[in-house]
Design a protein around this ligand. Structure first.
Ligand SMILES: C[S@@+](CC[C@H](N)C(=O)[O-])C[C@H]1O[C@@H](n2cnc3c(N)ncnc32)[C@H](O)[C@@H]1O
Length: 289
């Protein structure tokens, strides 16, 4: 079978399952199996596929046809130029999260000395490890309450050669920061916590509602249960002038800003994602703790 035929077959298998953009999915799966870029496949349409690769491609198509996210099928996701291992134990890193990482990088680069940064609810550790990679003098601390997600996070740190500068611990939100004695020490506190209202999860695409961990999605009745708890505890760990950066749902900026202004957080800023939706809130530690 040629590359063109395999992509047509893959598209035909995926289209009836409701997978968004079935042709692109087929191309990406074949490109993963053959170890070649999608563009290279388009330039080699009439080249034959070895039988073994064809078998592997068919297995991946079968898996994707169950609406498993593409990244769980391939086991990989690119994020800001780095490649992360991805498994069903953790959320698939999203493009939206790059807005948060860019904002955190801008904040950290203004700091005079080697910054101490904490990432709460680290999942694949995409935030902590991208920051560690881009800020060679930063010290990172990352927490998650899922031991399985943390095991994946540690593997990603090892693979990317960043394990020496990123510490991981399992626990509820900020609790592990006590263990590291980080009270009043943190320059920047980052969090992409679950923020989907519990009642909305089942209405999402099966890739999310069936296959991604509830623990990574469910933000309680209004989506803000964990964000509120985090903001309550965060000032105790931030240095004077220290910042918090949160990813939020597209309709949560007003509610999160109300929580921040009620507790005297300063320099509150809302940033938009590439689709023009509110996606990130940044703020500085309140003077009163
Ligand atoms: C939305 S995912 C984000 C993962 C990753 N930071 C990212 O941006 O792709 C939220 C993460 O928070 C973790 N989490 C949920 N509740 C938590 C809690 N109470 N304490 C610590 N982590 C929690 C989940 O296990 C999950 O890995």
């Amino acid at each position: 079978m040629t590359i063109a035929e395999a992509i047509n077959t893959g598209e035909a298998q995926l289209a009836p399952t409701g997978v968004e953009d079935p042709r692109l999915n087929a191309e990406l799966l074949l490109s993963h199996v053959l170890g070649r870029k999608p563009l290279e496949l388009r330039l080699a349409r009439e080249v034959g596929i070895p039988l073994q690769s064809l078998g592997r491609y068919r297995a991946l198509l079968d898996s994707r046809a169950t609406r498993r996210p593409l990244q769980y099928v391939t086991g990989l996701q690119e994020f800001m130029g780095l490649t992360f291992e991805v498994t069903p134990e953790a959320l698939v890193p999203r493009l939206d999260t790059e807005v948060l990482v860019e904002a955190l990088l801008a904040r950290a680069r203004q700091l005079p000395d080697a910054p101490i940064i904490a990432d709460i609810g680290t999942g694949t550790a995409v935030i902590a490890l991208t920051l560690a990679h881009s800020l060679p003098h930063a010290r990172l601390y990352a927490t998650d309450c899922s031991p399985a997600a943390l095991a994946l996070a540690r593997r990603n740190a090892d693979t990317l050669g960043l394990a020496a500068r990123v510490s991981f611990a399992c626990g509820d939100l900020l609790a592990p920061l006590h263990h590291w004695r980080l009270e009043g020490q943190v320059h920047v506190l980052a969090a992409n916590l679950p923020y989907i209202p519990s009642g909305e999860i089942d209405q999402l695409a099966p890739e999310v509602s069936v296959h991604e961990p509830r623990l990574a999605l469910d933000g309680g009745p209004d989506g803000l249960r964990l964000i509120r708890r985090l903001l309550q505890g965060a000032p105790a760990f931030l240095r004077p002038g220290g910042a918090v950066g949160l990813e939020i749902g597209h309709d949560q900026a007003e509610a999160v800003c109300a929580v921040l202004s009620g507790a005297d957080w300063r320099d509150v800023e809302v940033l938009k994602d590439l689709d023009g939706n509110d996606r990130v809130v940044m703020a500085r530690r309140p003077t009163q703790q």
